[in-house]
Ligand binder design. Sequence first.
Ligand code: FES
Ligand SMILES: [Fe+2]
Length: 346
Amino acid sequence: MAEDLFLRDLWYLGARSATLKPGAMRRETLLGEPMLIGRARDGTAFALRDICPHRGVPLSAGKMLPEGTVECPYHGWRFKTDGVCAHIPSLVPGQDMDPARIRVRSFPVRERDGLIWVYMPASGHENAPPRCEAPEIPLKGATPRWVESQTFRCGIDHAVIGLMDPAHAPFVHGRWWWRVKIREKAKNYAPLPNGFVMTRHKPTKQAYKMLGGDVTTEITFELPSTRFENISGTIAGKRLDVIGLTVCTPRDAETTEVTQIFFWPAWLGFIKPFFMALGPTFLGDDRRMVELQREGLKFNPNLMLIQDADQPAIWYHRLKKAWSESVESGAPFANPVQERTLRWRS
Ligand code: FES
Ligand SMILES: [Fe+2]
């Protein structure tokens, strides 16, 4: 199997449900590949390689027909949402070519919690069933309540590491109205099936106070780049859960879309202004730091990872390596993370 920049046999966030109406389709780039992401008129989301197998024109530039096929704008070949060719207009009776033997590649899609996940198989695994399930929001009837998406001009690794790095906050996110007092932290970490978790603890940041007394939070990370912050609190004797999802979608080797979504129960609507005020600013801080980092990375310098603040980044590299090896060899994935407490000042 050829060396790949991106992890395969995993689910990536392809789109948010709300951005794709029935009968709509658009071109996206996912892991460097052109992808048509669409929604049939019956509401089913689908993903096809956005290259017509006839002469290479992007199918997304064509039309979605009422019968439920995608029509190529060049010679009108029609494809079903599973990628099978349904019609070739130029054929005359007696020309015994079976369109159904032609197909454009289709990708497994799962739509849940207002998100559309696309499975990106390794080459040779195109017809195998997905080896894991798409992420699920651990909140009943989850709907994205607050969304912020920014395009980072970096590969997925620097985006992921920048977001999981605990030591940058006071320098990158500090503001006069958001004071970050540097103090020593000790957090316990444990392995998860495809990643690791900073186990449940009382957060130190003041902002959490608005979610009532006894607030606790846990932060999970799983491949390829799904980070959940599961916050629990109690307001007026009522237990509440707020879920923050941060996910990186690699568009290509140098471009990563970072999406941050918060889910909370409908009755908790009053916390929205809080996220509206802070979210864009904070993700923007990270994006600007990545732009600055580009200036150095151009020269391909050797970089460092130090204990304990960079341990999550070290785990990320090890997880990636273990995952690639398992995809390649077919052996079960062996998680290299071991439970331990990390200490740092931030
Ligand atoms: S290029 Fe698509 S039908 Fe010819
Ligand atoms: Fe950050």
